[in-house]
Design a protein around this ligand. Structure first.
Ligand SMILES: [Zn+2]
Length: 373
């Protein structure tokens, strides 16, 4: 399976400048290739694929028109554009809003990728990363890297540089356990488990959001194009990054805990839910849930555990006994007249998700016990 390891880089001032040049050259190539595609379509109604510009690339590089010293790194830029177009055509086919691939400003083009380790880049035993045309950059290897390195990306996030190694590793299964859990992802708390454990959104996260609002107002007040606004934008970005890091940290720790504790994990399939409930305020939560489930999925795969997505329709409107218990969004209690089950709404939903998941698997029914308060 694939896994990513990310480490902080400490380039010197000269190295930073060399990295910035390579980044803006990659961006220039991306935009030029995009321009060419658009023109070819306009004049000849012909669509260009990846191979035409890739063949030209050798000549462009020979003529010294491109400041990207590594050929495969330059090819990766074209592959990135190809990907953007593929996604665009797929969106058209699915009848979604197409969103044509955009020209990128060099400030938004933040990473360069090497398709293989040892070609234009190398992680040295001295704790440095060699990058062709830049030199040996100091790396902080804060945790050991396992597996075979496949691709290497160098990227900048908020004034700091990082290297991401995409690595091929083998599955390391945890000792087997029969314990199963259903998870209801909620709005009031981050998640509720079928064993009635409630997982809060961390309070730190809410505090950071307060800071975020203030920083956004500061940017809005300042004049467009001014230096003061630019400075405010840098601060705003830092806060965004901080919130992102906090959320990521919370997700990783929670996913790790769940994978260690349970052999089978059932969650709602969010895609269907996102479409069925078109509530704007949930967009943020949806994104955060999706990234949490993605982390849970790869951690489960790595540990040899099972993660199953179940149909979310009606999980909050049904009782694990099978009876329908209609509730409005504001109803926080579940009271079943058929079997007499009384419980918290989210907890009962989580139990229903667990039941649904287990029934899909054709396993014996769980021993559902709820304290009747
Ligand atoms: Zn019931």
């Amino acid at each position: 399976m694939r896994k990513t390891f990310k480490y902080r880089l400490y380039p010197t001032r000269q190295q930073t400048e060399a990295l910035l040049v390579q980044r803006s050259e990659a961006c220039r190539l991306y935009n030029a290739a995009l321009q060419e595609r658009i023109e070819a379509y306009r004049t000849h109604h012909k669509s260009i694929n990846y191979y035409d510009p890739a063949a030209q690339l050798t000549e462009i590089r020979k003529a010294g028109d491109l400041g990207l010293p590594n050929g495969h790194c330059a090819q990766d830029v074209l592959r990135r554009l190809e990907k953007a177009f593929k996604a665009f055509f797929q969106r058209i086919q699915r009848g979604q809003k197409p969103g044509f691939p955009r020209f990128k400003s060099s400030r938004r083009y933040d990473s360069i990728t090497f398709p293989s380790h040892g070609d234009g880049n190398k992680l040295l035993s001295s704790g440095h990363l060699f990058v062709q045309g830049v030199g040996n950059i100091k790396v902080k290897l804060h945790r050991p890297l396992h597996g075979k390195i496949k691709t290497v990306s160098v990227k900048r996030e908020c004034e700091h540089w990082y290297v991401c190694f995409s690595v091929e590793t083998s599955v390391q299964p945890l000792p087997e356990t029969k314990a199963a859990v259903g998870i209801d992802l909620g709005l009031s708390s981050f998640a509720t488990l079928s064993d009635d454990a409630e997982i809060e959104n961390p309070r730190l996260y809410r505090q950071a959001q307060k800071k975020l609002r203030r920083a956004q107002r500061r940017v809005a007040r300042r004049k467009k194009g001014s230096k003061r606004r630019r400075k405010a934008v840098v601060l705003l970005r830092k806060i965004h990054q901080h919130i992102f890091n906090q959320r990521n940290d919370h997700h990783h720790k929670l996913a790790r805990k769940l994978v260690q504790q349970f052999g089978k994990i059932f969650v709602e399939d969010l895609n269907i839910q996102g479409l069925s409930r078109g509530m704007l305020s949930k967009a943020v939560h949806d994104a955060s849930w999706a990234s949490f489930i993605a982390k849970l999925a790869y951690k489960a795969e790595e540990a040899g555990r099972q993660l199953v997505k179940v149909d979310p329709r009606g999980t909050s409107q049904r009782c694990p006994c099978g009876a329908r218990v209609p509730k409005k969004l504001s109803d926080r209690e579940h009271v079943c007249t058929a079997c007499g089950l009384i419980g918290k709404r989210d907890h009962v939903s989580a139990m229903e998700i667990l039941r649904l998941g287990l029934s899909l698997q054709d396993v014996t029914k769980p021993d559902v016990r709820v304290c009747v308060s």
